[in-house]
Design a protein around this ligand. Structure first.
Ligand SMILES: Cc1cc2nc3c(=O)[nH]c(=O)nc-3n(C[C@H](O)[C@H](O)[C@H](O)COP(=O)(O)O)c2cc1C
Length: 433
């Protein structure tokens, strides 16, 4: 496969993000890789776009590699995308994805920007990787990058990555709101059942004997039980938590998922701030025009992120519905069989930090949550614990303040930041697939 990397970091070769691309290049050498330093050389692309056009046309897969800059991508990459459009490049049918590094502060808006522009350009967009700028230095981050790229190659139809076969005894729980007039939702569930190789159990929330909505009484926080005795807690544990994946099915109502689904979410407070299906993939079957419901789309993504679930896909009614349902079933199978997950983005990282601070303060009351958070290392990144990093930054700050030293350092600082990556790239070469 011809892979074109559009390096959007103004630092060019010294980009931290580019190290992830180069690591993947070492891991998967069976492809042709070409890099364009589009941000660093933006002036020359403004003068003459022909080399970029030729590279874009030769590519099967285009990878936008960039740092998140202030909610979006660097202005230079922004400009390059303008140039792609101004120069009328015809990229219909080619695949595109993105790799970014950042501290996850509004990486979501940056990724959505690239996705939307890929769609404008007729590219077949594949979900990207948003990594923390230090991820590649850790084993977990290297694995995440590897899994992301393998998944991308699989989606792009690369023959070296096979569809994992469906394991026996797997089960998907479909949590549905089958209110009156939702025949379309039922039809979508039937189509999903036909496409999915696993046992599919459907729970209609209209039929569940909810005694009522969450009362906010905090009874559950103290002793772990709900004041309602309608069996919801046991239902969650026995039916939902034991499934290999969950699919939510509903018709859009009042710009949301409808009252019943909201009841289902609120009542999970009986489990505190511990997510019931952490690590398992989720999908959605939605009847209605989700494209024109940006708030609901954000909610769906954030819900998966905060729940620690991989969002395997959202199939909507209308044109291309059956294909989307089949793609969702295939993607769920891939995720269940390979344990595919992605690093958390702004919604997941930011949401977790807010809850983490809250639970820490409320540990006396939310004892189960506190234990769970400790066990899962959610407190490990309290900034005040990182004394070495803080001290190191004082040292760098003092050096940069010194005019003579700062002049001497020049661009060596960005180069120096790459030193730890050399080892990682060597490791990639040894692990080649
Ligand atoms: C001008 C500027 C804006 C930035 N804005 C953000 C931001 O909005 N969110 C974030 O998480 N990181 C932000 N960062 C941090 C970079 O995304 C991060 O350092 C990245 O890993 C650098 O990658 P590179 O070496 O490939 O350029 C910003 C950095 C700069 C210099």
């Amino acid at each position: 496969m011809n892979i074109l990397v559009l390096n959007g970091s103004p630092k060019g070769e010294n980009s931290v993000t580019l190290q992830t691309v180069r690591y993947l290049q070492e891991l998967y050498p069976g492809h042709t890789y070409r890099e364009l330093h589009v941000s660093q050389k933006i002036r020359s692309f403004e003068k003459d776009f022909s080399a970029a056009k030729e590279a874009l046309y030769a590519a099967d897969l285009i990878v936008f590699s960039y740092p998140v800059y202030t909610f979006l991508v660097p202005a230079q990459l922004h400009r390059f995308i303008e140039l792609m459009k101004e120069n009328g490049v015809e990229l219909q049918g080619k695949f595109a994805t993105q790799i970014s590094t950042s501290k996850h502060f509004y990486d979501t808006t940056a990724h959505e920007f690239i996705r939307q522009n890929c769609e404008d350009l007729g590219l077949r967009y594949l979900q990207g990787l948003s990594a923390d700028m230090e991820d590649l230095l850790k084993e977990k981050g290297q694995e995440e990058a590897d899994r992301f790229f393998r998944h991308t190659l699989w989606l792009a139809g690369d023959a070296s990555v096979r569809t994992p076969s469906a394991g026996l005894g797997r089960r998907v729980a479909v949590v549905a709101d089958l209110a009156e007039g939702t025949e379309e939702v039922s039809a979508m569930i039937e189509a999903f059942k036909a496409a999915c190789p696993y046992t599919v159990d459907v729970v209609d929330l209209q039929q569940f004997p909810f005694a009522g909505g969450c009362l906010g009484c905090f009874h559950c926080a103290a002793d772990g039980t709900c004041v309602y005795k309608d069996g919801f807690d046991a239902f969650l544990r026995e039916n939902i938590q034991t499934a290999d994946a969950t699919v939510y099915a509903f018709a859009i109502k009042d710009h949301s998922m409808g009252y019943r689904m909201k009841l289902y979410d609120d009542r999970q407070f009986c489990n505190g701030h511990r997510t019931v299906t952490m690590g398992k993939p989720v999908g959605y079957l939605v009847s209605g025009d989700l494209e024109s419901e940006p708030n609901l789309r954000t909610l769906i993504e954030a819900r998966a992120q905060v729940g620690g679930n991989y969002l395997a896909g959202v199939a909507c009614s209308g044109e291309g519905c059956n294909e989307a349902i089949e793609a969702l079933a295939k993607e769920l199978q891939y995720a269940v069989e390979t344990g595919y997950a992605q690093p958390a983005n702004f919604y997941g990282v930011g949401g977790m930090k807010i809850f983490r601070d809250l639970i820490y303060q409320m540990q006396g009351l939310m004892q189960e949550d506190h234990r769970f958070y400790k066990e899962h290392g959610f407190y490990d990144d309290f900034p005040q614990k990182k004394k070495g990093t803080i001290l190191g930054m004082y040292l760098v700050g003092a050096m940069m303040k010194n005019k003579k030293l700062s002049k001497k350092i020049g661009t060596n600082m960005t180069k120096g930041m790459l030193m730890p990556y050399e080892k990682v790239l060597k490791k990639g070469k040894k692990l080649r697939k």
